[in-house]
Design a protein. Structure first.
Length: 222
């Protein structure tokens, strides 16, 4: 099995982890000890450790710029975390809604590129972004991250089947969610959403009406 095949295998296995370290990394021994404990306790079935000074091509393949770096299932974690945090991600990697928690954490931490990479690999993961959009009290970093995701993908052909999900959000009880949905509908650059936006011109919220009007203007000018 080649190194790349090995990495792909680990990527799909929620009970396995890949740890990248460096010989002169002060924090790597700490993470190695924690991950080894998780294997001994049975929380992880397998741990693959790669020293990047001996195999620098792995860093290139995975786009890794610093160590320690851990991948648990599909979750990529940089830097040092506590044992409890690693245990939590090991558990979440095996849960159906674990990806939602991971995306929320990454977007909230400003690591939007990680989420973009995941969605590029599996478009169906976009459903978790709509789940996150349902929270009217989401922190600003999370909302900004979702905005970047929508700007990245909303106008792509594969996104179009997701438009009904945005239409549903236009009926959400919270005006902030409805406003974000209107804005994202306009980002699709699909003129078929014009009737939806025109309906939102009668919304009870002034903010929603303004966003819908701006979206209509943007689409008609395009």
């Amino acid at each position: 099995m080649t190194q790349q095949q090995e990495n792909n295998s680990l990527h799909s296995d929620a009970r396995s982890a890949l740890l990248l370290v460096g010989a002169h990394c002060a924090h790597c021994p700490v993470v190695l000890a924690i991950m080894s404990e998780l294997v001994k306790s049975g929380e992880l079935a397998r741990l693959e450790v790669v020293n990047l000074e001996q195999s620098p091509e792995v860093a290139t393949e995975l786009g890794v710029r610093s160590v320690p770096w851990v991948r648990i299932g599909a979750f990529e974690l940089e830097g040092v975390h506590s044992k409890a945090e690693y245990q939590q991600w090991v558990r979440l990697a095996r849960q159906p809604d674990g990806m939602r928690e991971y995306m929320e954490a990454m977007l909230g931490d400003g690591q939007v590129s990680k989420v973009i990479k995941l969605i590029e690999q599996d478009h169906s993961l976009m459903r978790w972004i709509f789940e996150l959009m349902l929270d009217p009290d989401a922190k600003i970093n999370l909302r900004l991250g979702i905005g970047v995701i929508m700007e990245e993908f909303a106008a792509t052909p594969w996104f179009q089947p997701f438009i009904p999900e945005l239409e549903k959000l236009c009926r959400h009880e919270d005006a902030r969610v409805r406003a974000d949905a209107c804005h994202n509908l306009a980002l699709t650059q699909n003129h078929d959403v014009l009737p939806i936006l025109k309906n939102m011109l009668d919304d009870s919220s002034e903010e929603v009406r303004e966003v819908a009007a701006d979206g209509i203007e943007s689409l008609q000018a395009g």
